[in-house]
Design a protein. Sequence first.
Length: 153
Amino acid sequence: MRKLLHIALLVLLVAACGPRKIPRDDMERIMADMLIQDQQIKQDRKLQKQADTSLVYEGIFEQYGYDTDDFIYSVEYYLEDPSRMEKIMGNVAARMEKEAKQAGVEAEQEEWQKKFMKIYQMKVDVNRRPQPPVSAVDTLPVRMQQDSVIFVK
């Protein structure tokens, strides 16, 4: 009986140590982060040379509490029903579009803020007041009488 209990515990431990299925929400976040990571690598030649394809995403998996085996197992699980994977990829695309729009708005705000600070930092001479125009003002000499106006030449 004890041996049977030990074997059952051993089987449970082995099963618990196997790969886990990543929930759909986490899977979407992980895949979006992976796409961002890919773009960063594509844009930087130094990163392209340093990137080892088997280790590039380990940091992303660890950030969410998973490992490569969990990810592979989950991809296989979601691919069993292509419509599930299609929904995940659609949500990833929507998430990326939303983040791109947000980044555009933030870039516009940052640009506006830079322009504002440039104007704000300009030195303004507060002692300088507007001067009247230098050109002569056209005047007409007039003499007033009790009941009329006479133009003087």
